[in-house]
Design a protein around this ligand. Structure first.
Ligand code: PGA
Length: 253
């Protein structure tokens, strides 16, 4: 982790949380790790399901926690039943939106081009997109990880991205929700490759925050977050416990 890039720990609640437990979780996180802890403190972000964004934003107002969406449509408004636009998320107080999570790529057939359009829409609405990339287990075992990441960066990341308008999350699909993670050397190598690939596209990659995601938990967070090119984490399962999530926040160097 570099001192110039402010670490970001993002909780992706996925499709979890009814009003009472979602608000209780948000309040517990705000109480445990929302307060200012000096200039180097990590930025802490909660991405609840769309149904809870407004309530969570109200509940954590003034705590220093940021709120984000888990997806957005590429258009600002229109005839798209069931979808939510980036403008709507911004209107609720969101600062970030996750785009191209592997569960959306899998469940909704989102292509790299669709992910890029969503990322561009997020920036137009004043949000910072967290663009997710990562290889499947078959691609990993076949030794294709680097090629997959290069292609996803080329096709999913907006060409005009800057450190202020882009966060990239590297999430090996086979590590999500499985309790398995790549070796620390592999995480380091892939994050370095992502930074190089962004740079080769003309993006000011030194300032872009790169998150690791996939079975991050208190027990492995310190080692992962200590890697030079890892600037934070995208946390799924462990973000549903305020204790575990805040323990990860505290593991930031
Ligand atoms: P996990 O999910 O922490 O439960 O593996 C991470 C993610 O999918 O963002």
């Amino acid at each position: 982790m570099s001192s110039e890039r402010r670490p970001l720990i993002a909780g992706n609640w996925k499709m979890n949380g009814l009003t009472a437990d979602g608000l209780a979780l948000a309040r517990a996180v705000a109480g445990e790790c929302g307060g200012a802890r000096g200039p180097a403190r990590p930025e802490v972000l909660l991405c609840p399901p769309a149904t809870l964004i407004a309530r969570v934003a109200e509940a954590v107002a003034g705590s220093g926690l940021a709120v984000g969406g888990q997806d957005c449509h590429a258009e600002p408004k229109g005839a798209h039943t069931g979808d939510v636009s980036a403008e709507m998320l911004a209107d609720l107080g969101c600062r970030y939106v996750i785009v191209g999570h592997s569960e959306r790529r899998r469940d909704h057939g989102e292509s790299d081009a669709a992910v890029r359009a969503k990322a561009e829409a997020a920036v137009r609405a004043g949000l910072v997109p967290i663009v997710c990339i990562g290889e499947t287990e078959a691609e990993y075992l076949a030794g294709h990880t680097a090629d997959v990441l290069r292609r996803q960066i080329r096709d999913s990341v907006p060409a005009a991205a800057t450190p202020a308008t882009l966060v990239v999350a590297y999430e090996p699909v086979w590590a999500i929700g499985t309790g398995r993670t790549p070796g620390l050397d592999e995480i380091a190598a892939m994050h370095a490759l992502i930074r190089e690939t962004l740079s080769a596209r003309g993006i000011a990659a030194d300032g872009v925050r790169l998150l690791y995601g996939g079975s991050m938990k208190p027990a492995n967070a310190a080692d992962i977050l200590a890697i030079a090119d890892v600037d934070g984490g995208l946390v799924g399962g462990a973000s549903l416990s305020a204790e575990d999530f805040c323990a990860i926040v505290r593991r930031c160097p």
